[in-house]
Design a protein around this ligand. Structure first.
Ligand SMILES: [Mg+2]
Length: 276
């Protein structure tokens, strides 16, 4: 039996990165094994491209990145996929110096105007968000240092807001957004407005692209620790659940529950799959 073509998709915080120290070092051995075997390691996170870029560089990865909870895929222009090939597969494409950005839904640039119009036209829709704030204000609202706040403010797919109106008004606002193919997801500090795609869509779009280029059967592995990873884990062929507060029960074909937290659990689980 030939080995399948593995594609690994991973969440970052509390999965590949230690919850407290943000270190990925305990996973270094398994990361090395993936590289040796030419298995793509896809970082798939709620973070912005600006936030993920540095880590990808540190890890020596030049694969596509799934950013801002699946809002878009960033293909390195020096990566394994040609711009022409990418454009054949995606419609909402934006090119910058280093990356080709493929929006899987409506981009932030495209929906911020609609949000502002709704706010101007209805005095009950009271909210403030990243688009209204300076870097200093983002730092204040997130607790991030200024240089990190700057990376967090470089958003392309999602808009975090604070709602200041009534609950009824929010329900109405959410309805208006839904009509515009936008969604609201409540997070710890903010409500996140975005297009309709998620981490699973990003993962699946990439597995399809890699699959088209591969003679072998593609087997998608996903690793995650929290409810916003559940869709991605369930859509994978092999789901690796990294233990955290909420016990996840993904519906993937095969589920591996890591016993160790964060990158140590990541390391052991990936090794166990590769050593089969
Ligand atoms: Mg996480």
């Amino acid at each position: 039996m030939s080995t399948p073509r593995y594609i690994v998709n991973t969440d970052l915080d509390a999965t590949l990165l230690d919850h407290d120290t943000y270190s990925w070092q305990p996973a270094a051995e398994a990361i090395g094994m993936l590289k040796e075997r030419g298995i793509p390691l896809i970082l798939n996170s709620s973070k912005t491209l600006a936030e993920m870029q540095e880590l990808a560089g540190e890890l020596g990865l030049n694969h596509p990145l799934v950013c801002e909870n699946g809002a878009f895929i960033a293909f390195p222009r020096s990566g394994e996929f040609e711009e022409e090939y990418i454009r054949e597969h995606f419609t909402n494409v934006e090119v910058d110096d280093a990356y080709i950005l493929c929006h899987l839904g409506i981009s932030r640039d495209q929906f911020i105007g609609a949000m502002n119009t709704l706010r101007e036209e209805n005095e009950d829709y009271q909210f403030l968000g990243y688009a209204d704030w300076s870097v200093e204000q983002v730092a204040e609202h997130t607790g991030l240092p200024i240089e990190k706040a700057e990376l967090s403010k470089a958003r392309k797919g999602t808009e975090p807001i604070h709602w200041h109106g009534s609950e009824e008004a929010f329900e109405e606002f959410e309805q208006e957004l839904r009509l515009r193919k936008l969604k609201c997801v409540a997070g710890g500090r903010f409500i996140h407005i975005s297009g309709l795609s998620d981490k699973a869509h990003g993962m699946q779009a990439l597995s399809e692209l890699y699959g088209k280029r591969s003679a072998e059967m593609v087997v998608t592995i996903a690793l995650g620790d929290s409810p916003n990873d559940l869709g991605m884990l369930s859509a994978a062929d092999i789901a690796v659940v990294i233990p955290n507060k909420v016990a996840l029960e993904p519906s993937a074909h095969e589920v591996i529950k890591a016993t160790l937290h964060g990158p140590a659990g990541w390391n052991a689980s990936i090794k166990s799959i590769l050593e089969r």
